[in-house]
Design a protein around this ligand. Structure first.
Ligand SMILES: [Zn+2]
Length: 385
C-alpha cells in the first residue's frame, strides 16, 4: 500500500465507501466535499482503482493491489473505465470541441499531460493548469460519450469530476442530464472544496461524503516518510499546513525561514507604537503586487504559529510545543514587549484575514484591514492600564 492510501484510511469517508462497496450499494453519484488538501480527489481515485482492481475482493477494503494491469492503468491515469474531468483553459474560438483537449495549443496540451502525470504519481498533488478557469461543456459531453460506450474491460466505470464547482452554466446543464440518466455500471464522483458554489439541483442528486482536515501529527509523519526530511522540519511544515496535505507539499518548495522573516518584519512594522502606517502600506502594496495569494496565506500561517508560540511562553506552558524553537530568544523578547496582549485573539483575527483572501479580496486590502485589527488587539490592554 502507498503512503497516500495509508493517509486516506484515516478519513472516515474511506470506511464509509468501503462498507457501501462491501454491501453492494455503490451509489450512482457522489459529491466528495471538504477543505483544500483533505484528499477528496485522491479518495475518488482510490475508490475507482479499488473497485476495478483484478486482485481484490470487496471484503479486503480499499487497498488496490498496485500490481495488476488495471491498477497500473489506474495509476497512470490511463484506465479505460476511469474518466477524468477538470477545469481546462478556454480553446481558440471556432475550433472543433469534441474532446477535453481539442482547440487547445500544443503547449497547453503538454502542460495538462505533465500535470496529469504528476497527479498519477502522487494523488495528493494539486494540478496547476495555466489559464484553467472553468470546466467546459465539451469536456462533459466527451466524458458522457465515453461513459455510454460499452466497457472494453470488466469492472465498473467511473467519471471523476475535480473542482466540480467550476462547471460553467452550460456544463452544469449538460451534466444534470447525465445525472438523470445514469448507466447501471457508472459511478460519478464530484469533488469540491466549495460546496456552497454547487447547484442545489446537482447536489440533491448526489450522495454527499464529507472529508476533514488531517491531523498535524499525521501530516508530519507522512511528510517525514515521503519527503526524506527530518522530524523538526516535518513538524514545522505540518503545523503550517493546517491539515492540508497539498499546503504541506507546497511549503516544501518555499524558503520558510525567509518567509518567516518577512512575516515578522511585517508584524513588527504594524506594531510600532507610532507612525506605522506609511511603512505597512508600502509592504502591503508590495505583497499586493506579487499577486500570490498562496504565498500570502503561508505568510499569515507563519504569523499564527509565531503567536501560538508566544502564547505558550506567556502562559508558561511546555516549551517542547514551541515550533520556532530556533528563535527562542526573539520570542521571549516579543512576549516581553507584548506580554499583556491577547495572543489567541490575534490568531483569530488572522483567520479572518485568510477568509477574506479565500473570498478573493485583494491582498493589500486584506492586509491593511488585518494591520488595523492587530493593532487594536495588541494595544487594547495597554490603553486600559
Ligand atoms: Zn490491482
Amino acid at each position: 500500500m502507498t503512503p497516500q492510501e495509508r493517509m486516506l484510511h484515516t478519513q472516515r469517508a474511506t470506511a464509509l465507501l468501503q462498507s457501501a462497496w462491501q454491501e453492494g450499494r455503490i451509489a450512482h453519484a457522489y459529491c466528495f466535499h471538504g477543505p483544500h488538501g483533505s484528499g477528496k480527489q485522491a479518495l475518488s481515485m482510490l475508490f475507482a482503482a479499488s473497485v476495478n482492481c483484478e486482485n481484490i475482493a470487496s471484503n479486503k477494503g480499499l487497498w488496490p493491489c498496485g500490481e495488476c494491469k488495471s491498477c497500473k492503468q489506474a495509476r497512470s491515469l490511463q484506465h479505460p473505465n476511469i474518466t477524468y474531468v477538470f477545469p481546462t483553459p478556454a480553446p481558440k474560438s471556432g475550433t472543433n470541441q469534441s474532446t477535453m483537449l481539442s482547440g487547445l495549443t500544443d503547449i497547453q496540451v503538454e502542460n495538462i499531460r505533465n500535470e496529469m502525470h504528476k497527479k498519477g504519481q502522487d494523488p495528493f498533488y494539486h494540478m496547476s493548469i495555466d489559464g484553467a478557469r472553468a470546466i467546459r461543456v465539451a469536456s462533459i459531453r466527451a466524458a458522457k460519450r465515453g461513459a455510454s460506450m460499452s466497457a472494453s474491460q470488466s469492472g465498473r466505470r467511473f467519471l471523476l469530476v475535480f473542482e466540480a464547482d467550476k462547471m460553467n452554466q452550460e456544463a452544469a446543464n449538460a451534466f444534470l442530464k447525465t445525472l438523470e440518466e445514469p448507466g447501471a455500471e457508472l459511478t460519478i464522483i464530484l469533488t469540491t472544496a466549495r460546496k456552497d458554489m454547487m447547484l442545489d439541483t446537482i447536489m440533491s442528486r448526489c450522495q454527499q461524503v464529507q472529508l476533514h482536515p488531517f491531523d498535524e501529527e499525521q501530516i508530519a509523519a507522512y511528510m517525514q516518510h515521503t519527503q526524506q526530511i527530518d522530524e523538526e522540519r516535518a513538524t514545522f511544515i505540518a503545523r503550517l499546513s493546517k491539515g492540508s496535505i497539498s499546503q504541506a507539499t507546497a511549503l516544501l518548495d518555499e524558503d520558510v525561514n525567509g518567509l518567516r522573516e518577512e512575516a515578522l518584519n511585517w508584524m513588527r512594522q504594524c506594531l510600532r507604537p507610532r507612525s506605522y502606517a506609511p511603512e505597512v502600506t508600502k509592504l502591503n502594496e508590495l505583497f499586493g503586487r506579487q499577486r500570490d495569494v498562496a504565498r500570502t496565506k503561508n505568510l499569515l500561517a507563519l504569523l499564527q504559529v509565531w503567536l501560538r508560540d508566544a502564547l505558550i511562553i506567556q502562559q508558561e506552558g511546555n516549551r517542547d510545543h514551541v515550533v520556532n524553537i530556533d528563535q527562542e530568544q526573539a520570542l521571549e523578547r516579543f512576549v516581553g514587549a507584548f506580554g499583556q496582549a491577547n495572543f489567541s485573539e490575534a490568531i483569530r483575527v488572522i483567520d479572518e484575514a485568510v477568509d477574506y483572501l479565500n473570498g478573493n479580496v485583494q491582498i493589500a486590502v486584506a492586509l491593511t484591514r488585518l494591520a488595523i485589527r492587530l493593532r487594536r488587539v495588541f494595544f487594547a490592554q495597554t490603553r486600559e492600564q
